[in-house]
Design a protein around this ligand. Structure first.
Ligand code: ELE
Length: 210
């Protein structure tokens, strides 16, 4: 039986906001994840955009058991294998390819694949996926696009990400086809560079109330 991401809703249960992390310095990994978890956000997406990302993933997975750590930017089958080995509980991609979906079918790590069009939603639903990342959400129509999808693609559920601010997040979350939103507003590069973990925790706490 090929794997889809049917296990994702249970893994993300109760999570409305997924912080999208980009870590440039390995020594930031643990205090950053700790601040988010303390603020009430325990599902984290760590992007593979920096040279230390895999090591940071491994560290958070090993040291912070309260965190449900997933990997973002998982754009190839090779990366899916690497993040699985590093301890990722789920993987996220900005889009999808047949190679990536074939690899995900044989992986125990559930994939949240990215979509931007109705055809892509149909393609993924045909392959057994009903929970999808809408990316880049704001740039491609955001809430209006999701409302338009809800009629003809009623069974698809989304985690919109890309350009979502704390002002916009609640109105995304009020849509019936939105399960959670992803965003980086509570983990800005500037706050991480300042090692302002208290501010990040405060922003996380506000997001956890959405
Ligand atoms: O690296 C990836 O896999 C991504 O797709 C990145 C993130 O989903 C967006 O960059 C988050 O968007 P912002 O909230 O606008 O910062």
């Amino acid at each position: 039986m090929p794997h889809t991401n049917a296990s994702l809703p249970a893994l993300l249960d109760g999570c409305a906001v997924i912080p999208v992390l980009t870590i440039s310095h390995i020594e930031d990994a643990l205090p950053l994840a700790e601040a988010l978890v303390k603020g009430g956000l325990n599902v984290l997406e760590l992007t593979l955009r920096t040279p230390v990302a895999l090591e940071a993933l491994r560290l958070i997975a090993a040291e912070i058991p309260e965190a449900i750590i997933g990997a973002g930017t998982v754009n190839t089958p090779e990366l899916l294998t690497q993040v699985t080995d590093a301890g990722a509980r789920f993987a996220v991609s900005p889009g999808h390819t047949d190679r990536l979906l074939d690899a995900a079918e044989n992986s125990l790590t559930p994939l949240l694949p990215g979509v931007a069009t109705a055809s892509e939603v149909m393609h993924l639903m045909e392959r057994g996926y009903s929970m999808l990342k809408l990316f880049p959400a704001e740039a491609i129509g955001g809430r209006e696009l999701l409302k338009s999808f809800s009629g003809p693609l009623a069974h698809a559920k989304f985690c919109p990400t890309g350009g979502i601010s704390p002002d916009l997040a609640p109105s995304y979350l009020s849509l019936p086809n939105v399960v959670c939103v992803g965003g980086s507003w509570m983990v800005s590069a500037q706050d991480i560079a300042n090692r302002d973990w208290a501010k990040i925790e405060t922003l996380a706490r506000a997001a956890a109330r959405f």
